[in-house]
Design a protein around this ligand. Structure first.
Ligand SMILES: NC(=O)c1ccc[n+]([C@@H]2O[C@H](COP(=O)([O-])OP(=O)(O)OC[C@H]3O[C@@H](n4cnc5c(N)ncnc54)[C@H](OP(=O)(O)O)[C@@H]3O)[C@@H](O)[C@H]2O)c1
Length: 287
């Protein structure tokens, strides 16, 4: 596993429950990570994960979970690329899209995981705030290990076409993350502040045009879903707001940046998405 942070640790917990061994790949880390997971029902569990530096890996990697935040993919993957092969089963457990483009050896088609669960905290403590649906899907048939994993991972769903849940999450992230980050407000402010709500409408409209151009079956009308997410998480701090508050690089390039790149290729205008990408790259409040 690359990236045993909040989501990575939760997935490692379910994987170990299903009998799989999980090794964390990380440079300059102690040989064992002792994690604590706190679940919404108050249960606390310990999880010990062995750690290897990329230089200590001597075999091929047949299964890899990538759960680093998207901007770190470019640093995390190259040191282990030589251990991947055409049949490596790679699961990308990241928000946004396109973070691994151009980084993988020819032939690897990652499975994509989209999770609506929420985990907060800092190594070694990980608070599972909500256990919701996680979709896994991509190319080909359902892998043979999936049924058993579903017995241990609550609300884990296999889908042949991951695009619909992935794009729904993308649009929610494309609205809630940059607007709450730039204005340093909790998610519910998207509903309460008319100017933010107007920005939300424009971001959704542009995203729907792009997604409809990519796939005729995209239902559009994303605003209702996005506002429902903002309402359900009204008091929460989005991950991008949290990243910005601690001066960390955000995932903007994999979220609104991906929408802008698709729009450019399709000849569609996406000025509102471009504006939040530029503002977050500058680190200033969008005008
Ligand atoms: N957290 C959630 O609730 C949630 C929900 C749905 C989707 N997601 C998505 O899941 C992905 C991961 O998010 P997260 O919240 O789990 O992030 P996170 O807690 O920051 O975890 C990322 C992990 O990656 C590690 N890392 C960074 N650079 C690395 C490198 N070069 N090599 C190896 N490991 C490296 C970090 O280690 P250090 O801390 O030591 O740098 C950290 O353990 C993101 O795309 C996010 O959008 C998260």
């Amino acid at each position: 596993m690359l990236g045993a942070g909040n989501m990575g640790t939760l997935s490692a917990w379910y994987l170990t429950r299903a009998g799989h061994a999980v090794t964390v790949i990380k440079d300059n880390a102690s040989p064992m990570q002792e994690k604590t997971l706190c679940f919404p029902d108050g249960q606390r569990h310990s999880l010990n994960l062995p750690v290897r530096a990329p230089g200590q890996i001597s075999t091929t990697i047949d299964h890899l979970i990538v759960a680093v935040k998207t901007p770190y993919s470019q640093v995390a993957l190259p040191p282990i690329i030589q251990h991947l092969h055409a049949h490596t089963q790679l699961i990308r457990l990241q928000n946004g899209l396109g973070a691994l483009d151009g980084l993988l050896p020819h032939g690897i088609l990652p499975l994509e995981a989209v999770s609506t669960s929420a985990v907060k905290g800092q190594h070694p403590h990980h608070d599972i705030v909500a256990e919701n649906t996680t979709w896994l899907g991509g190319h080909g048939e359902k892998p043979p290990w999936m049924n058993d994993l579903q017995n241990h991972w609550p609300n884990l769903v296999w889908t042949r076409d991951i695009r619909i849940p992935q794009w729904q999450k993308l649009v929610a992230n494309a609205v809630i993350n940059p607007l709450t980050a730039l204005h340093d407000v909790p998610n519910g402010q998207i509903i309460d502040d008319p100017s933010l709500r107007l920005c939300a409408e424009k971001i959704c409209m542009e995203a729907d045009m792009v997604l409809q151009a990519l796939n005729n079956d995209w239902p559009g009308q994303s605003l209702d879903n996005v506002l429902a997410v903002a309402r359900a998480t009204a008091n929460n701090t989005s991950s991008m707001r949290a990243d910005r508050q601690r001066g960390a690089t955000t995932e903007i390039d994999a979220i609104n940046g991906w929408i802008v790149r698709q729009a450019d290729q399709l000849g569609i205008e996406a000025p509102e998405n471009q504006a939040v990408v530029s503002a977050l790259r500058r680190g200033s409040v969008a005008g």
